[in-house]
Design a protein around this ligand. Structure first.
Ligand code: PLP
Length: 359
């Protein structure tokens, strides 16, 4: 008799926890989703017009632009970069593992902070590398530098971080870079950068140096999470190998026109980011006044923990909101932390939150 055996996944794959987002139920219509750091302000109205125009063109039978080049050129023009040094793909979720697979050799180490984006573990595994995490406590720069080994091949920093909400100032980022061996890749994951005052300092570092890559996304400030668009910028010597393995047609026609339209409407972006920042400040002070500890909040979300003056508990906050149709993310799902992460929505969404919590 022929012995039957199933294909066996690589060691470690089944040990990676499923990302909590993958376990989320489909939201009931009318639910306010403040649990996935999406942008409830929505994209520029021009995006929907661009999609309709693309559909009217009736060319879905043809491949879209090779390497999404039209978008690379538009991004380069907008951010003052060389278009040959920009590559586009379906979100940071695809770019980050692809970068690691390109530059991190098997059995090498990737270094990040222990409050970094939880999916860095999955991406490291895809690159058959070990993820080494360090605390930020004390001196965040020395923590990274002290953990470098001959096997370190990449340092990965989410800046601002999710779910940490922290921003590492450019002086610290530069201090890390200055002390890295030149063969170690510094990757700055700037998914939320538009929500803080970091500006394009990371892109400048990527332009000036030969071992820095900056990854950005259209999912957050540009409100195109549903279209899956991200991009990377760095020295041509880093981009050239990436081009060898990136898909020839990394974005669908609809994603491409959406991103082009969103990028072109900077007024919409600026307005929605400014409004979100006001609502974020208001949320932080309301929670603080009610006695909660509020973490750093440089992204489009805030994180609350039980403070010494809080009489309430996180479970009650979570269920009051859930019962009132507002979903937030318990961070216990990420790392067993006692904290809640709440994406900042529009004024109307936040009004429902304050109504339900009475703060
Ligand atoms: C820190 C960070 N990096 C990368 C991503 C991936 O973003 P996307 O794949 O939507 O571009 C996210 C998504 O939430 C994130 O929080």
């Amino acid at each position: 008799m022929i012995e039957t055996r199933s294909p066996v996944p690589r060691a470690g794959i089944l040990d990676v926890p499923l990302y909590p987002g993958a376990l989320l139920p489909e939201p009931i219509p009318g639910t306010i989703k403040l649990n996935s750091n999406e942008n409830l302000f929505g994209p520029s109205p021009n995006v929907y017009e661009a999609i309709r125009a693309e559909l009217r063109r009736g060319e879905l039978q043809y491949y879209p632009a090779v390497e999404a080049r039209t978008l690379n050129v538009a991004l380069a023009a907008h951010y003052g970069l060389e278009s040959d040094n920009v590559l586009t793909m379906g979100g940071g979720e695809l770019l980050l593992p692809t970068i690691l697979q390109t530059f991190v050799h098997p059995d090498c180490e990737i270094l990040c902070y222990n409050d970094g984006f939880p999916k860095y573990l999955n991406y490291s595994l895809m690159a058959t590398a070990s993820l080494i995490t360090v605390s930020r406590e004390g001196d965040a720069v020395s923590q990274i530098l002290g953990a470098l080994t001959p096997r370190t091949t990449a340092v990965l920093i989410d800046n601002p971080g999710n779910p940490s909400g922290r921003l590492l100032p450019i002086e610290d980022v530069r201090a890390i870079w200055q002390n890295l061996r030149s063969d170690i890749l510094l990757i700055l994951d700037e998914a939320y950068v538009e929500y803080c005052d970091f500006g394009d300092a990371g892109l400048r570092l990527a332009t000036e140096t030969e071992n820095t890559l900056v990854v950005r996304t259209f999912s957050k400030a540009y409100a195109l999470a549903g279209m899956r668009v991200g991009w990377v910028n760095g020295h041509i010597n880093l981009i050239r190998p990436l081009r060898r393995i990136l898909p020839s047609f990394p974005l669908s026609r609809l994603s491409l026109v959406s991103a082009l339209a969103a990028l072109a409407d900077q007024d919409h972006l600026k307005r929605s980011v400014a409004e979100l920042r006001c609502l974020r400040d208001d949320a932080a002070s309301r929670f603080q006044r009610a006695g909660w500890d509020v973490g750093p909040c440089e992204g489009n979300f805030i994180v609350i923990r039980r403070g010494i003056h809080t009489s309430d508990d996180l479970g009650r906050v979570f269920s009051s909101l859930k019962d009132g149709g507002v979903l937030v993310r318990p961070l216990s799902e990420f790392r067993g932390e006692s904290a809640l992460r709440m994406t900042i929505g529009r004024a109307v969404d936040m009004a429902r939150v304050w109504d339900l919590l009475r703060i």
